[in-house]
Design a protein around this ligand. Structure first.
Ligand code: HEM
Length: 405
């Protein structure tokens, strides 16, 4: 490591090369949580905020900020707003945000998600079929492709041929090396969705999310076209990289912990708990900002209007004050009130979908490749410098099986 834990904790910079290591970042979070209720960063990951931002890393403060949208607004700072393509559900406050959620929520209801299970199983099987006969393959290809295919085909209403391009653009927009590269990728993703939504305005309506956005009325007004595109883009970003990273972590963890893999096979009833634990332990987001709206004090810290505070869900999820043995992945963890999907009014819109994709991904991999393990002599590729961290390659070997689709 090029800097000590304390140096990193004084000025947290998620893009720093030291955080390519999976565990080191969590060691830094321990120091941040221990030292003060709010740490600081000069270089927030998602937006360039003059003066940097405060960072909440303890469970209690994160939870209280998420519940208090009046004082901690989701409206971005003026500099943050400049980087956005428009008004997004995630950057609004109630009551406008709540009326937008009323339009979107039915598309992610538990009943609708349950009905999707057979299709998700089939799409997952199709991806596994690509290598099942060979006895070796890359499980990251399942983790990264499955959420995109499912979301584009069954909810959003975009061609699945667009999935690889949208994954690549989303990834570069978040993780590209320079500001120019990142902004260029945002622009290309926006243009791509702009063209896709434009085409849809001339076609007969279908029952999908693009039509929902095109016809949505928020507080009595239809959404301007740019807002439809910007929110479609938010859904693409929010739905792909998050679930893919979380699932890639679980596939890798089970590839390197054969006892845990066998336990999940022998005790399938603990799978729902295991999914929650994977999201808590390594699948949650490493920070989304709030803007301080009024003079407010929290845990002895006085915040001023206009300041930016990052809620670090991943750090909160390792807080020993909330979770016994927080640095252990306990597959059947009880009382797991993690913040992986957020809390309060902005709680994740797609959590039911993410859980379903994740469960089906695990079920199909474990039932079709029950003895899978990391391929000897190879390494998985981990990408750690991002608000969603995960594996980009997971080379595995297993007893070959037969195709299903
Ligand atoms: C493991 C996967 C996922 C994780 C860890 C995750 C995490 C989160 C978190 C922490 C928030 C709260 C943001 C805030 O407090 O401002 C959020 C909001 C959101 N998520 Fe997810 N998410 C996941 C999957 C998905 C999926 C699959 C979709 C949609 C297809 C989605 C769509 C959204 C949207 C639209 C919001 C904004 C909701 C609002 O502002 O009211 N997410 N997500």
């Amino acid at each position: 490591m090029t800097r000590s834990l304390e140096e990193h904790a004084r000025n947290w910079d998620l893009r720093h090369g030291d955080f390519a290591d999976n565990d080191f970042l969590y060691d830094v979070y321990s120091v941040m949580r221990r030292d003060a209720p709010f740490a600081h960063t000069d270089s927030p990951f998602l937006s360039a905020t003059p003066g940097g931002a405060w960072v909440a890393t303890r469970y209690d403060e994160c939870y209280r900020i998420l519940q208090d949208w009046q004082n901690f607004s989701s409206n971005p700072t003026p500099e943050g707003a400049e980087q956005l393509a428009g008004d997004l559900v995630i950057t609004m406050d109630p009551p406008r945000q709540q009326s937008f959620r009323k339009v979107l929520n039915p598309y992610f209801s538990p009943a609708r998600m349950k009905a999707l299970r057979p299709q998700i199983r089939e799409e997952t099987d199709r991806l596994i079929d690509r290598f099942i006969e060979a006895g070796n393959g890359d499980l990251a290809q399942v983790a990264w492709r499955q959420p995109g295919i499912v979301f584009f085909k069954y909810l959003l209403g975009m061609p699945i041929d667009d999935v690889p391009l949208c994954i690549e653009l989303t990834d570069t927009a978040l993780n590209g090396d320079t500001d120019e590269t990142r902004m260029g990728a945002w622009g290309s993703l926006y243009q791509h969705l702009h063209d896709a939504v434009s085409t849809r305005t001339t076609q007969p309506p279908r029952d999908d999310m693009i039509d929902v956005l095109l016809n949505a009325e928020i507080e009595g007004d239809k959404l301007p076209f740019e807002m439809v595109v910007a929110n479609a883009m938010l859904l693409v970003q929010a739905g792909l990289e998050t679930t893919a990273s979380a699932m890639s972590f679980a596939f890798h963890y089970l590839a390197t912990h054969s006892d845990e893999r066998n336990r999940l096979i022998d005790e399938p009833e603990i799978l729902p708990r295991a999914v929650e634990e994977f999201v808590r332990f390594a699948g949650s987001i490493h920070g989304i900002p709030r803007t301080v709206a009024t003079d407010v004090e929290l845990s002895g810290h006085a915040f001023c209007p206009g300041e930016s505070v990052i809620v670090n869900y991943a750090a909160a999820n390792r807080d020993a004050a909330q979770f016994p043995d927080p640095d252990l992945c306990v597959l059947d963890r009880q009382a797991n009130r993690h913040l992986g999907f957020g809390a309060g009014v902005h709680r994740c819109l797609g959590s039911n979908l993410a859980r379903l994709e994740f469960s089906v991904g695990l079920e199909q991999v474990l039932s079709r490749m029950p003895d899978y393990a990391l391929a000897p002599g190879t390494d998985a590729t981990f990408h750690g410098n991002s608000i969603t961290r995960g594996y980009r390659t997971i080379p595995v070997v297993f007893t070959p099986g037969s195709r299903r689709t």
